[in-house]
Design a protein around this ligand. Structure first.
Ligand code: NVA
Length: 366
């Protein structure tokens, strides 16, 4: 029996990875946590239903581009099993008129060492998304005797989990920024809620973004679950829609991070990196002024790269400034045409979840 699952960070040589699928994807109906994340001027406001088939097919083509690059570089690629996401769901605590998608896997699965844990997402429409990955989890479980197959405590997601009418259509960008600065988000603290894409893994340290998708109770839960690791809460006051750390603060290799220049990490949170001689470089400007149609994310998916090893990185093909910067930072850049997959939940890093990277748990911040 082989060792299949192990990963401690986002830069050690990647050997096995999950790449999502766009099949059957939905724009979910509005619910307490989702409307806060859709920009007020977005064409997605108030609409829900199946995403147009042509966009699903094109999104899947983009993901195939990524799969090909990965396989050409010797990485084993696994794929989830999509459900009919348009089904209504219910639990004893809530009902929702549909699910969403199995893109992106990075939001749902967190790999720490030999454990893959399904997350405790705050969107009701994502409550059953983990099922798309369960066939893979069973396969890893059968084939790797050390694999720990885990599900984080399921949040109940009752009305008590959210601040109701937290945002309305009239809220200004400035007011959103004030709330981000005050760490005042739509979720309450009645239970741990977190998206795996808010967790940046750096060996012995986990840097977790406190924002619209991950609350403080989750951080306390992480620290108790992993007493041997150090959990750091981070927040980025320049972000009016703070969700998921991987278009904001992105490590390329030990000692080097690219930082979103609009979303500054506060000085006191920078200190741990600077004290350990890590360089924090402002990321290049995105090549686009708008995200693609029907997309939840910002143009900063330009930064959402996938590091194959400390010298090699996959960057979206149209993001020429980001490619140029990575090249100057000494990385070998592999361009991948993926932009039409952005509407399904994100860029290159988002679209994947680590299964195996070489290397062990190191202490980068002794
Ligand atoms: N909040 C992020 C999503 C990152 C994947 C952004 O849109 O910039």
């Amino acid at each position: 029996m082989a060792k299949i699952v192990s990963s401690w960070n986002d830069w050690d040589p990647l050997k096995r990875v999950i790449v999502g699928r766009c099949d059957n994807s939905m724009i979910p109906p509005e619910e307490p946590a989702t409307s806060e994340k859709v920009p007020v001027d977005s064409e997605m406001r108030g609409m829900w239903g199946l995403r147009p088939l042509a966009t699903v097919e094109r999104g899947n083509e983009c993901l195939e581009n990524l799969v090909k690059i990965l396989e050409d570089h010797g990485v084993v690629v696994d794929r989830p099993t999509p459900l009919q996401w348009n089904q209504a769901i219910g639990t004893p605590d809530f009902r929702n008129d549909s699910m969403m998608t199995c893109m992106p896997p990075r939001d749902i699965l967190l790999t720490i060492g030999n454990e893959i844990m399904a997350s405790a997402n705050s969107f009701r429409c994502r409550y059953f998304e983990y099922l798309a990955y369960w066939p893979l989890m069973k396969q890893y479980f059968d084939e790797d005797p050390e694999f720990k197959w885990t599900q984080a405590p399921r949040p109940r997601l009752t009305d008590a989990s959210y601040k109701h009418n937290y945002y309305d259509e009239k809220i200004s960008l400035e007011e959103r920024l004030v709330r981000t600065a005050n760490k005042d988000f739509v979720t309450t603290e009645v239970e741990p809620m977190w998206d795996a894409a808010d967790v940046m893994r750096m060996g012995k340290d986990l840097f977790i973004q406190h924002g619209l998708t991950t609350n403080r109770t989750a951080m306390e839960w992480f620290q108790r679950y992993y007493p041997e690791l150090r959990v750091h809460a981070v927040n980025f006051p320049g972000d009016p829609y703070p969700i998921h750390i991987d278009a904001t603060f992105v490590p390329l290799r030990p000692g080097l991070i690219i930082n979103n220049p609009q979303r500054h990490l506060p000085e006191e949170q920078r200190a741990i990196f600077e004290a350990n001689d890590w360089q924090i470089v402002d990321a290049a400007q995105p090549a686009h002024t708008e995200p693609p149609a029907l997309c939840y994310s910002s143009v900063w998916l330009s930064m959402n790269c996938l590091v194959l090893d400390p010298k090699t990185v996959i960057v979206e093909a149209s993001e020429v400034y980001q490619q140029e910067q990575m090249d100057k930072l000494g990385m070998n850049v592999l361009p991948c045409d993926l932009r039409d997959a952005y509407p399904f939940g994100g860029g290159l890093h988002c679209s994947t979840a680590d299964v195996y990277r070489e290397g062990t748990c190191e202490d980068y911040f002794p």
